[in-house]
Design a protein around this ligand. Structure first.
Ligand code: ADP
Length: 224
């Protein structure tokens, strides 16, 4: 899926550009890749400011791009980011803008939840991307794609993707981190399954995700 065309309508805005009228964005927020204030329905109620996230243009040194669907972000993903920050100067969590067929959340929602989940990590940028991952990585001036490996079931797909991406751009390496023992069984898919049946996902996803899952499934149940 990392090779597919992805569509999104976001635009990058520099810190020097003024925030649109009627928003409360700070100058620091303005540098956060893509503008969260465009999606009030997602933000309403619980989204704090995300101004502590880094700006892409602030990054110096070694950057890793951590791509994925993040539908939604889990503590397994957050753990990979935390450990990557021990090895890299900055991490870009890159949300695939091309929504998978069975996605529960659209790309804007997935980006917003990731921003909230990672808001206290100053060396992390969250943005969406489209097109070939290797092109996105090169445009971010990074040379490392970071992926998490949970079990042997992840391996075949990851090996295939890493080899294909290497073939597309020799300069870009894919690095894998083993899943933390506390989260190796956590996947966005099972989280959605459990939440859809009213089960608890506490301790496996950030609070904002827990709440968003509850709201989404309640809304879906009412629709039926
Ligand atoms: P995909 O990119 O296949 O849609 P995800 O968005 O779910 O996958 O995850 C992005 C990356 O994070 C993948 O490399 C995936 O293997 C990894 N990952 C997902 N869940 C976990 C977890 N619980 N622990 C470690 N890595 C994980």
């Amino acid at each position: 899926m990392l090779l597919m065309e992805r569509g999104h309508a976001w635009s990058r805005r520099r810190v020097s550009e003024p925030a649109p009228t009627g928003t409360t964005e700070t100058s620091q927020d303005a540098g956060v890749c893509f503008s969260w204030f465009r999606f009030p329905s997602v933000c309403d109620g619980y989204l704090p400011k995300v101004g502590r996230l880094a700006r892409l243009e602030d990054f110096m040194g070694k950057i890793a791009v951590y791509p994925g669907s993040f539908d939604p972000i889990t503590f397994g993903h957050v753990d990979i980011v935390d450990r990557a920050l021990e090895c890299f100067d900055g991490v870009i969590l890159a949300v695939a803008a091309d929504t998978p067929k069975d996605a529960l959340f659209n790309v804007n929602e997935r980006v917003e939840m990731a921003k909230v989940a990672l808001k206290d990590k100053p060396d992390v940028v969250v943005e969406s991307f489209r097109g070939l991952l290797v092109n996105y990585v090169a445009s971010a001036k990074a040379t490392v794609i970071l992926r998490g490996l949970r079990a042997t079931s992840d391996f075949e797909y990851e090996f295939h993707m890493a080899s294909t991406n290497k073939n597309l751009n020799q300069k870009i390496e894919t690095l894998f981190m083993m899943a933390n023992k506390d989260y190796f069984f956590v996947s966005s898919r099972t989280i959605k399954e459990v939440a859809s049946m009213g089960g608890s996902v506490k301790g496996l996803v950030p609070e904002c995700v827990e709440r968003k899952l509850r709201e989404r499934f309640e809304a879906l149940r009412k629709k039926k």
